[in-house]
Design a protein around this ligand. Structure first.
Ligand code: FES
Length: 93
């Protein structure tokens, strides 16, 4: 079966077409997908059906994307979301 490649925190991850980003990351051994806003605690796949929001990641620069519901695509850049994943505010230092 042909596989896709995407990146998580800059590391190449292999996935099956149609697979969710969360499933591909779990298969690769990646368990931590984000950290909480207040206490910086690690979170990862929990419900796997889009309900708990523990799997939020940044995909191609867009924060708050659920890894369990988002299908992999070739060469997308996924990063571990820190806190709320808010966009940087222009002009802020
Ligand atoms: S794992 Fe619960 S919303 Fe994605």
């Amino acid at each position: 079966m042909k596989k896709l490649t995407f990146f998580f925190d800059g590391i190449e991850v292999s996935a099956i077409p149609g697979q969710s980003i969360g499933a591909a990351l779990l298969e690769s051994g990646t368990k931590v997908l984000r950290s909480t806003r207040i206490e910086n605690k690690p979170r990862g796949m929990f419900c796997g059906i889009g309900v708990c929001f523990d799997c939020l990641v940044v995909i191609n620069g867009v924060p708050n994307q659920r890894a369990c519901l988002t299908e992999v695509a070739e060469a997308i850049q996924v990063i571990n979301q820190q806190g709320s994943g808010a966009y940087p505010i222009e002009g802020a230092s």
